[in-house]
Design a protein around this ligand. Sequence first.
Ligand code: PHE
Length: 454
Amino acid sequence: MTQKRDQWGSKAGFILAAIGSAVGLGNIWRYPYVLYSNGGGAFLIPYFFAILTAGIPLMIMEYGLGHKFKGSPPLAFARANKRWEWLGWWPSINSFIILTYYTLILSWAINYLYFSITQAWGDDTNSFFFKDFLKMTDSPFKLGGFVWPVFSGITIIWLLNWFVCYKGVSGGIEKLNKILLPTLVVAMIIIVIRGVTLPGASLGLNKLFSPDWSKVLDPKVWIAAYGQVFFSLSLAMGIMITYSSYLPKKTDINNSAFMTAFANSGFEFLSAIGVFAILGYMASTQGVGVDKVASQGIGLAFIAFPKVFTVMGGIGKLFGVLFFICLVFAGITSSISLVEASSSALIDKTGAGRKKVVSLVCLVGYSISIVYSTGAGLYFLDIIDNFINSYGIVTVGLLEAITIGWLFGASKIREHTNAISYFSIGKWWNVMVKFITPLILTFMIISNIVNEII
Ligand code: PHE
């Protein structure tokens, strides 16, 4: 702990890195479908409500905490109160677990980036993905063979993770984000521009945005909105606490939280438009309704979209390459934030050097990833992802809000961020952090448990 703490080269570098973490696979393959299936245009009401009442307040809290106590979560919590260090380890562990399978998905995306050029997936993209590519077994208890292309992809991703974090905060993370993030936005804008001019695009966009007002009264839709906002803003994973701990003394925290959140939303809209324009085109070429082709996650990226790229002919190759570049770039800037959140906690705890710790974290993570490189990898991913999303993230969010909001005192964090920020946040923030966020998170945990039982 005697070493000097790493620092961002500039405030812009910090914000870019925070946006890089927030903008991830979820923005591209999750948000468009969440928007579509939860009332379209009408979803924007719960969505913005969730951003303003929980997303931004919690982000200000995490930024404030990291900055005030100059530490990754375990150190920051320990400095707030010695007895809270354990709470700080939770988000770092969450990060590490997510990391093991996030890198797996990135490995698929890298492979598909390559397949886009030859359109190796052929006509049956479904069986290509599960059988030919993943060599999926019929049970999680059968590991099956070792899948070399997946393993190679994982190796590339881990090497990159390692290299960037090894280089440090401004020399690695900041530099990478400065290159990848603008490239990502340009690639997505090209997809959107070409996408909306495809025949049938308007079908998809109409479906996406036409509001179903009845959904606004549905509690499930509100839970979906809050869930999306938490995951998308990379909250409760220790990332934002860690990143803000590298800021210089005088920084505009309040403004940074708003900027991160709105830039992330901007990218969510952009990808929603791109994805649904393409889905509209797909529906019209097949002569079916958009509801027949709308999908998300793995089904969208590795099955539905490759099929569309084939149908598009020559330009489909370009679309494919751009789309998978977007996935890879969006994902890498997020996976790096996960490596940093896990490593930084250990660096703070042991006082060991960054290079050693990052190498160790990456080596252990990489070794675990090997299990995912088998025919049973997808089963493990599903089980762990479900657990982390349903309980891991929300529980940590809840504990953070209660500990800081009630036990430590919300006002102390607010006074800290207000003192260094250009504009001050009012008492409403205390209400959000102390009442609204914990209430909603409790509700989410209960509803997840109920869903599990039913
Ligand atoms: N925010 C990222 C996304 O939207 C997901 C993520 C979560 C990334 C946690 C890193 C850590 O995809």
